[in-house]
Write a protein that binds this ligand. Structure first.
Ligand SMILES: NC(=O)c1ccc[n+]([C@@H]2O[C@H](COP(=O)([O-])OP(=O)(O)OC[C@H]3O[C@@H](n4cnc5c(N)ncnc54)[C@H](OP(=O)(O)O)[C@@H]3O)[C@@H](O)[C@H]2O)c1
Length: 256
């Protein structure tokens, strides 16, 4: 039995995706629009979405910084005035700065914690009362396989995503008895603006279009955790089951 209600028919669904101006969020928005959904795409800067909005009348682009609680509330209100409900919120916005302990950058660390943790939690908190009132709908949180365990280059980023994994698990426990779907999305490496800074060869790298297909397939199965590509994520899950001595040895070997 699936942990969430399966979503196979996107036609007419009202979906808000944060961080939808580029990358995974933009590809997901486009594929959901193609399936008949109404999609509200938000980011701090959405000027580049004029072309998409022209191609899809059901696409609405809005500026919304997830670290600004007032703007989050105002965005939700605009959605409700126009559509009277929200079927799914996908908390996808996030930032990544490659970081090693011996090159610690306090400002970049603060930015990742502020956007990935505080901002994501604030955005989810903004929609929970509405979903509870509707007794219907879902929340999906985009974390990362970097949250499974410590990995080189991900000093603070990994910690922010580990926090989101734990947050999503607890959200599921709290909200699923109320008929609210909660989905955790853990992508492996996806070629986007975010990963373009990586100087190392990224294993099992996917395009953002392929990542969006995997996410939609996960919603169709009603998964709690949508993780991909399996040829990479299953290895990482297996590694985490090992004693630390073996975990550290294998991670060092694989990443040196
Ligand atoms: N690419 C990967 O390999 C990978 C792997 C695992 C997880 N992820 C996660 O997937 C999500 C999407 O990443 P991506 O790879 O698609 O990166 P991306 O192309 O850089 O997209 C990030 C999106 O987040 C938005 N954003 C950043 N800060 C924001 C803020 N404060 N408020 C609102 N929007 C904000 C960006 O737009 P603005 O800058 O205009 O606001 C952009 O739309 C992130 O949460 C990332 O951590 C990515």
């Amino acid at each position: 039995m699936s942990l969430n209600q399966k979503i196979t028919d996107w036609n007419g669904q009202v979906i808000w995706i944060s961080g939808a101006s580029t990358g995974i969020g933009l590809s997901l928005a486009e594929q959901l629009l193609q399936r008949g959904a109404t999609v509200i795409l938000t980011a701090r800067q959405v000027d580049n979405l004029a072309d998409l909005s022209a191609r899809y009348p059901r696409a609405q682009a809005m500026n919304c910084d997830i670290t600004d609680v007032k703007t989050l509330d105002a965005t939700l209100q605009k959605i409700l005035v126009q559509h009277q409900r929200l079927d799914l919120f996908i908390a996808n916005a996030g930032v990544y700065h490659e970081m090693r302990a011996y090159e610690f950058d306090a400002e970049k660390a603060r930015q990742m914690l502020d956007i990935n943790v505080r901002g994501t939690i604030a955005s989810v908190a903004a929609v929970i009362p509405q979903l509870l009132q509707q007794k219907h709908g879902g929340i999906a949180v985009v974390a990362s396989v970097a949250g499974y365990g410590g990995l080189p280059n991900a000093l603070i980023y990994g910690a922010t995503k580990a926090a989101l994994i734990n947050f999503s698990e607890t959200l599921y426990l709290d909200l699923s008895p109320h008929g609210i779907n909660v989905t955790l999305i853990n992508p492996g490496f996806v070629a986007t603006r975010l990963t373009a800074q990586n100087k190392f060869a990224m294993p099992a790298l996917l395009t953002s279009e392929h990542a969006a297909q995997k996410i939609i397939a996960g919603f169709a199965r009603g998964d709690f955790e949508i993780h991909f590509p399996k040829r990479f994520t299953l290895w990482l899950k297996l590694l985490k089951l090992l004693p630390y001595r073996a975990y550290f040895y294998l991670v060092k070997r694989a990443t040196r």
